[in-house]
Design a protein around this ligand. Structure first.
Ligand code: PLP
Length: 393
């Protein structure tokens, strides 16, 4: 009889991967499935980035690298942060990890334990809640509200802080809602945090480059008063269409760099060497591929929002960032999971139920529009047909 630790029963999952597996299984039976479920760009990694990795392998970069990352990568990240976020960061505070997820894993492990409380967005990236539960800490949701364009109420967040709160997680632009938090909301939050110096903040800014309608990306790195307690999570996955390369980074407060590095040594030793060279090329090379991709997402965003709003029972706000639409589907009379399953099985459209992102996601479905306009239109037609037959049935 194997005796697993208790905490294994508390670990959640990311349903998008299950939906992907089900969609692929259906496709293997010959069904035409349009995948609006998975959150990854449908573009290829820019060729000069791929070439940099190939060159690194040919040049013999086959060994371990320093655990927090090759110095050149950390310097390239610091230069990128200075250029894009206007903040000078010592490269020594940057830890390169295999994907954005690893930073959240480390941050939540660092602060979570029984008796501790961690505030996290709900609906939000499912791994936050999963990992908080795993550590035995209390997961305290920050509700993201449709009527606030899926932002939060900063005063409500501040009111949720107790002496046991260790970490506050924010994510803007957000998965799954596409919500982008305004500068005013962040100003208010940061001002209020001055009264709670015991609370660390993890700002997940992995979608920083994907903001629309002339919006600016508001980075918490721009608030110097948070420097000694801010963990800034970012990476290459979404920006450079590099989800499979597993490249992410964080800026850690000075006092936490050693802890993050120790976790890295205990976990993965270092990131794949060739991938790190690709990461340098991505940051330092031409950015036109990123601009082209974001322009394509913007066009698709408009198509999907208009199309969803034309479907009976759906009502969709215009997302400010990322590549997700998060329509309210309460008008269909179905719960999120049921509608997700019916869209997949009857209409051949893969999406993810809002409840996969937390209890506050009931009544919503996440659509990833990282797919072609043509496929998005076909998917909308199919769902429209499904819903009209539902209404006339
Ligand atoms: N943070 C958010 C909000 C995400 O949506 C994702 C991926 O979907 C990640 C982090 C993880 O990114 P990575 O694939 O680099 O681990």
């Amino acid at each position: 009889m194997l005796r697993l630790s208790q905490k294994m029963s508390r670990l959640g999952t990311e349903t998008a991967f299950e939906v992907l597996a089900r969609a692929e299984a259906l496709a293997r039976t010959g069904k035409d499935v349009i995948n609006l479920g998975i959150g990854q760009p449908d573009f290829k990694t820019p060729p000069h980035v791929v070439e940099a990795a190939i060159k690194a392998l040919r040049d013999g970069h086959h060994g371990y690298t320093p655990s927090p990352g090759i110095p050149r990568v950390r310097e390239a990240v610091a230069a990128d942060l200075a250029a894009r976020r206007g903040v000078e960061v010592d490269p020594g505070r940057i830890v390169v990890v295999p994907g954005g997820k690893v930073t959240m894993f480390f941050a939540i492990l660092m602060f979570g334990e029984p008796g501790a409380e961690i505030l996290y967005p709900n609906p939000g990236f499912p791994i936050y809640e999963s990992m908080i539960n795993f550590t035995g800490a209390k997961a305290v949701p920050i509700p993201l509200l449709e009527e606030k364009d899926f932002s939060f109420d900063p005063d409500a967040v501040l009111d949720s802080i107790t002496p046991d709160t260790r970490l506050l997680i924010v994510n803007s632009p957000a998965n799954p809602t596409g919500g982008a938090v305004s500068r005013e909301a962040f100003d208010r939050l940061v001002a209020g945090l001055a009264e709670h110096p015991h609370v660390a903040v993890m700002s997940d800014e992995i979608y920083a480059r994907m903001v629309y309608d002339g919006r600016e990306h508001v980075s918490l790195l721009g608030y110097p008063e948070l420097a000694d307690r801010l963990i800034l999570l970012d990476g290459w996955s979404k920006t450079y269409a590099m989800t499979g390369w597993r490249m992410g980074y964080a800026v850690w407060p000075e006092a936490l760099v050693e802890h993050a590095t120790r976790l890295a040594v205990n976990c993965h030793s270092c990131v794949n060497a060739a991938a790190q060279f690709a990461g340098i090329a991505a940051l330092e090379g031409p950015q036109d591929a990123v601009d082209t991709m974001v322009a394509a997402f913007d066009e698709r965003r408009k198509v999907i929002v208009d199309g969803l709003n034309a479907i009976p029972g759906f009502s969709c706000r215009t997302p400010g960032g990322a590549f997700y639409a998060f329509p309210n589907i309460t008008g269909t009379g179905m719960n999120a999971r049921k509608l997700q399953n019916r869209m997949l099985e009857e209409a051949g459209v893969a999406t993810v139920a809002g409840t996969s992102f937390g209890s506050f996601g009931e009544g919503y479905i996440r659509f990833s529009y990282a797919n072609s306009v043509e496929n998005i239109r076909r998917a909308l037609d199919r769902i429209g047909e499904l819903m009209s037959s539902e209404v006339s049935a």
